[in-house]
Design a protein around this ligand. Structure first.
Ligand SMILES: C[S@@+](CC[C@H](N)C(=O)[O-])C[C@H]1O[C@@H](n2cnc3c(N)ncnc32)[C@H](O)[C@@H]1O
Length: 283
């Protein structure tokens, strides 16, 4: 059970997935004046409240258990996160999982760090988290209330895409302030604006004259990180198999890994991957 700052109750490989650091040709850098849409896949006026409804945590876990998202997590994302976090870990080191939700990333970090803190504003999400004893879950909005401790590493997954621009900035500021000097943020964006589905989303947004689905480009996210006191060290594209909505989930599961391998072997440009992971250092 999570400790709460709101109700103060107390409280649970795919080694080739990661291209070599600085691998040339994977990202073809965009210019920052390129048309960019920072909107996207769960459109909400208030992202802080978007996962708070009773039962939402169970629904979230179910979504990530099977189909495209299940395969992406088990075959690509989790091994990649392990690869990236492993060299940053250690028994005497700690990790903050910002917007930890149901604890997917906190659980991965728990095996690599001595201590992990997961923080989220949604009790519904936290109530569905099952975590080992070295993970402390906190029901808190760190953008409004500091934790009073600092960390070697912070993670933030599936958060920045759909958070409002002000919340993105508030979260980056809070994360930066909770990192030790030279600490690192490892985070992702789950709808790259330049991927095929990202382009479809941008087209839909334009056709409907409103945000149907959020997208975020590497260039725009780098700008935000830089403006918030981070130095971007690495961007890693992944998830080359486009997600065809809720269709063909079995086919996606079967094709996900071979498609990823083939895309890397053929050096498909990173712009076409649907997701990207970023490692940024506190300046
Ligand atoms: C899509 S979920 C991602 C959960 C988890 N990181 C994962 O990858 O499975 C986004 C999470 O952000 C949380 N959130 C939104 N605003 C927040 C804030 N200001 N502080 C902490 N968490 C926040 C939501 O409650 C939700 O659990």
């Amino acid at each position: 059970m999570a400790q709460s700052a709101f109700d103060t109750s107390s409280a649970a490989r795919f080694s080739q997935a990661r291209p070599q650091t600085g691998e040339p040709g994977i990202w073809h850098d965009q210019t920052s004046n390129q048309q960019m849409h920072t909107q996207g896949d769960r459109v909400s006026d208030d992202y802080r409240a978007s996962h708070c409804a009773p039962g939402y945590g169970a629904h979230y876990n179910k979504t990530h258990d099977s189909g495209y998202y299940g395969a992406l997590w088990e075959k690509i994302e989790k091994p990649l996160i392990l690869d990236v976090l492993r060299p940053m870990g250690g028994a005497g080191r700690n990790c903050l999982d910002f917007a930890c939700g149901t604890g997917r990333i906190a659980n991965v970090a728990a095996g690599l760090f001595g201590e992990v803190v997961g923080a989220d504003v949604s009790k519904s999400m936290l109530d569905c988290a099952q975590v080992p004893p070295n993970v402390r879950l906190l029901h808190i909005d760190m953008t409004r209330q500091p934790l009073g401790e600092t960390f070697d590493v912070a993670t933030a997954f599936r958060f920045f895409l759909n958070a409002e621009d002000q919340l993105k900035r508030d979260a980056l500021k809070a994360i930066n302030e909770h990192l030790k000097d030279g600490g690192r943020l490892v985070c992702n964006v789950h709808m790259n604006a330049t991927s095929p589905i990202g382009l479809v989303c941008r087209l839909l947004n334009r056709l409907f004259g409103r945000t149907v689905r959020h997208t975020l480009s590497v260039a725009r996210f780098k700008e935000l990180l830089t403006a918030s006191g981070f130095l971007v060290e690495e961007t890693i594209p992944y998830g080359y198999l486009p997600r065809p909505g809720n269709l063909l989930s079995g086919v996606c599961e079967a094709l996900m890994e071979p498609f990823e391998r083939a895309s890397r072997t053929l050096r498909v440009p990173g712009q076409l991957a649907q997701h990207f992971l970023v490692v940024a250092k506190k300046r």
